[in-house]
Design a protein around this ligand. Structure first.
Ligand SMILES: NC(=O)c1ccc[n+]([C@@H]2O[C@H](COP(=O)([O-])OP(=O)(O)OC[C@H]3O[C@@H](n4cnc5c(N)ncnc54)[C@H](OP(=O)(O)O)[C@@H]3O)[C@@H](O)[C@H]2O)c1
Length: 379
C-alpha cells in the first residue's frame, strides 16, 4: 500500500490505516479534514520503455512550504465541489521529500538502487522530457515514480528529516544570492527573516564577507537571528514604512540609504518599503508573494508606480527568481557536507501526528525553521 499524508473529506475512513485517525485542523478560518491515507500502488516495471528514464522512490520524510497553503485551499474547494460527501476523496500534500531509490528504469545510468536522494526543483527545466520546477506536489506519497533528472543524491551525513526540508530553501536562496552577485562589504537586507526561505538565505550568506540585516514581524526571534550572525534585527509592523523604523533612521544618519542588496520573499508586503532604504545601484531579488489565495488576505498594498519611480532614480536592479538550477542545489549540498551551510530545523512529526504537523507548519507563530514529517521510524 502507498501511504500519504492528505487532506480529505469526512468519508475517507476506509482508506485510513490501522492506528491512524481522521483529524481536523484550521487554516484561514477553514476547517480542513486530514489524515494518513493508504491506497494500492501500481507496479513499476524497470524494463518497460515507458519508465526507461524514471526511478521508483520510497520516501523517508517530507515537508510543506508556504506554496502548499494555497494548493491546499484550492484542492479543498475542489474536493468540496466534487459533490457527494459520501464518496471518499483525498489529495496528498508535500512539496519536498527525502527518499531511497528502490528501482531504476533501463536508461538511468547516474542513479542506483539504494541511493539516498531529494527532489531537484531545477527551473527552468534542464531536460527536455522532465517537468520544470518541483518534481511533485504530492511529496508525501510514500512510493512515487519520478524522472531521474528530478532527484539528486545527498551526503551520507544528512539525516532524512533534514534532507526532506532542503530542496526549496537551498535551491532558491543559492539562486537568489548568485543573481545578486554578492560583493565583500555588501549590506544585505533580508525581509520576513523568520520565513524558511530567509532562514536559508541568512545561513547561506554566512560564508560571504557581508553584513546581514533582518526585517521581521516577530520580536520573539530577535536573539535567534542575532545568534545566526545577523548584524541587526528590525522588528516591524508590515503596514508601517521601513524608513520610519528608529534603528533604520539611525543607520541612514551614518550612511545614505544603507542597503546594497535585498532578499525579499514577499514582494507584495515589502517591495515598496525596501526601495526607500536601498542605496544607489543596489540589487533586489524576490521569489514570492503573500497573497497567493483569496483567503490569504492582507490589509495593505504596494504603490507600485511610486516604488518603480524610486527604482529608476536609484538605478536599482531587480531580479525575479523562481527556484534555481541543479548547480545551485549541488553547491548548497556541497556546503552542507563541508559544514558551511546549516539548516534551521523546528520540529519533526511522525505516525498519527498529521494535524499537529499541519498546524505547526502553517499556523504556529512559535515555529522557527522547517517542520518535517517522517515515515522512517515506521519502516
Ligand atoms: N518561487 C520560488 O521558487 C519560491 C521558493 C521558495 C519560496 N518562495 C516564496 O517565498 C515566500 C516565503 O515562503 P516560505 O515557505 O519561506 O514561507 P514561510 O516559512 O511560511 O514564511 C512565514 C513568514 O512570513 C511572515 N509572515 C507571516 N504572516 C505574515 C503577515 N500577516 N504579515 C507579514 N509577514 C507575515 C513571517 O515572517 P517574519 O515574522 O519574520 O516577518 C513568517 O515567519 C512565499 O511567497 C513562497 O511562495 C518562492
Amino acid at each position: 500500500m502507498n501511504r500519504q499524508v492528505a487532506i480529505c473529506n469526512d468519508a475517507i475512513q476506509q482508506y485510513i490505516p490501522d492506528n491512524h485517525t481522521l483529524q481536523h485542523f484550521s487554516l484561514h478560518a477553514t476547517t480542513v479534514p486530514c489524515g494518513m491515507v493508504a491506497t494500492p500502488f501500481k507496479a513499476f516495471d524497470p524494463q518497460s520503455d515507458r519508465y526507461a528514464d524514471y526511478v521508483l522512490l520510497k520516501k523517508k520524510a517530507f515537508s510543506c512550504n508556504y506554496r502548499d497553503k494555497s494548493i491546499l485551499l484550492d484542492r479543498l474547494e475542489r474536493l468540496e465541489e466534487l459533490g457527494l460527501k459520501s464518496q471518499p476523496k483525498f489529495y496528498a500534500l508535500g512539496s519536498e521529500f527525502s527518499a531511497e531509490i528502490i528501482s531504476t528504469g533501463k536508461n538511468v545510468k547516474t542513479l542506483s538502487e539504494g541511493d539516498r536522494v531529494i527532489g531537484n526543483g531545477n527551473y527552468p527545466s534542464e531536460h527536455p522530457d522532465a517537468r520544470p520546477g518541483l518534481p511533485s506536489n504530492n511529496g508525501s506519497k510514500e512510493f512515487e515514480v519520478l524522472h531521474y533528472s528530478k532527484v539528486i543524491k545527498i551526503p551520507d551525513t544528512m539525516p532524512w528529516d533534514v534532507a526532506a526540508c532542503f530542496t526549496i530553501g537551498a535551491q532558491t536562496s543559492y539562486s537568489m544570492i548568485r543573481k545578486l552577485q554578492i560583493q565583500p562589504g555588501d549590506k544585505v537586507l533580508v525581509t520576513s527573516a523568520t520565513s524558511n526561505t530567509s532562514l536559508f538565505a541568512i545561513n547561506a550568506l554566512k560564508k560571504f564577507n557581508v553584513e546581514v540585516y533582518a526585517v521581521t514581524t516577530r520580536d520573539t526571534f530577535e536573539n535567534r537571528l542575532l545568534d545566526m550572525g545577523v548584524r541587526d534585527v528590525f522588528v516591524v509592523k508590515p503596514e508601517t514604512p521601513l524608513i520610519e523604523h528608529p534603528k533604520i533612521i539611525q543607520n541612514i544618519k551614518s550612511s545614505q540609504r544603507p542597503f546594497s542588496a535585498v532578499i525579499d520573499p514577499f514582494f507584495d508586503i515589502y517591495f515598496e518599503k525596501v526601495v526607500d532604504v536601498m542605496g544607489m545601484g543596489a540589487r533586489y531579488t524576490t521569489c514570492g508573494l503573500y497573497h497567493q489565495h483569496l483567503k490569504m488576505k492582507k490589509d495593505y498594498d504596494n504603490n507600485l508606480s511610486t516604488a518603480l519611480a524610486k527604482v529608476l532614480l536609484m538605478n536599482i536592479t531587480i531580479f525575479g527568481n523562481c527556484l534555481g538550477s541543479t548547480q545551485d542545489l549541488q553547491n548548497a549540498l556541497d556546503d552542507y557536507q563541508n559544514g558551511v551551510l546549516q539548516v534551521t530545523m523546528d520540529e519533526t512529526f511522525s505516525g498519527d501526528e498529521v494535524e499537529a504537523f499541519f498546524d505547526r507548519t502553517f499556523n504556529s507563530k512559535a515555529r522557527f525553521g522547517k517542520v518535517s514529517f517522517t515515515y522512517n521510524q515506521y519502516v
